[in-house]
Design a protein around this ligand. Structure first.
Ligand code: GLN
Length: 284
């Protein structure tokens, strides 16, 4: 079959679910991933034909996209901070907002020359922990997650990215048992309230792990409270705590950090202009 025919079929089957640009990008990602072809190949070779086997791969991907399975899970991988990460339904798909959090941390630590110990709480695919380890040669990084399956993915990602990160299965709500001190603690814990579900896409709701996303409406800062209290006792002097946060709870999350004695608190917007990141210093 001609490759351009398959592109037409992608549009015919998916255009009612996604924008044309999105369908184009799914098609190009699929041919790059399964066939190793660049997106401009059709411009250069408009009559390019592919084998039956290759066709099979592209149609299998199409059938999953039709069920609105996220493209990252269909392909089994995604990019984050210019690195490749394996992803599956056991881990949240890394988001561009979280890249911004990593870039903020990198910026804050740019001038530090001594060895830095970093803890990532609720690490999922390991994207934050691994990126920090990759870009900070002086960092010793640990990542925790309650999910054994997530830890397995994170460990694979550390191997793929050739970094040495220590990943442990651990419940965020019983952190006190960890007897280690850190210079930086970072977390992107679950923060979406049930009442915000209506704002979310079907592909997120149907496929991404609930446990990584949702918090009870009556206690949306549940994880933040536990992590802030843990950080008070486990940050070295002048250690920093970084969070990704719920855009609607910026003030409340900031207040929580203040009330627990953190200083130099900074609330930062993401590229969409939403309150998305928070930093505090433990100077007591
Ligand atoms: N930003 C993610 C979303 O809206 C949520 C991430 C999280 O709960 N930590 O899908």
């Amino acid at each position: 079959m001609h490759l351009k025919e398959i592109k037409k079929i992608y549009h015919k089957e998916l255009d009612h679910l996604y924008s044309k640009e999105e369908v184009d990008s799914f098609f190009y990602l699929a041919i790059e991933n399964y066939l190793g072809l660049e997106r401009f190949v059709l411009a250069l070779e408009p009559n390019l034909t592919i084998t039956k086997e290759e066709e099979g791969e592209l149609f299998r991907a199409l059938s999953e996209l039709r069920l609105q399975r996220p493209i990252q899970y269909v392909l089994g991988s995604t990019q984050f901070c210019d690195l490749d990460f394996i992803v599956n339904e056991n881990v949240l798909i890394p988001r561009p907002e979280t890249e911004e959090l990593v870039y903020w941390i990198l910026d804050e630590l740019r001038l530090v020359e001594k060895e830095i110990s970093i803890l990532d709480i609720g690490t999922g695919s390991g994207c934050i922990a691994i990126s920090l380890s990759k870009y900070l040669s002086n960092a010793k990084v640990q990542g925790l997650d309650i999910s054994k399956k997530a830890i397995a993915v994170a460990k694979e990602n550390a191997i793929e990215n050739k970094v040495n990160v220590d990943f442990l299965e651990f419940d965020v709500l019983s952190l006190e048992e960890l007897a280690v001190q850190y210079d930086v603690i970072v977390s992107n814990p679950p923060y979406v309230r049930e009442l915000e579900k209506s704002e979310m896409y079907k592909n997120v709701l149907d496929y991404e792990p609930d446990g990584a996303l949702f918090v009870p409406d009556e206690d949306p800062l549940l994880f933040y409270k536990s992590i802030v209290r843990f950080a008070r006792h486990h940050l070295n002097p002048d250690g920093m705590l970084f969070f990704e946060i719920n855009q609607y709870l910026g003030k409340e999350t900031k207040k929580l950090m203040e009330s627990e004695g953190f200083s130099e608190i900074e609330l930062k917007e993401d590229m969409y202009g939403n309150h998305r990141m928070l930093k505090g210093v433990w100077s007591q």
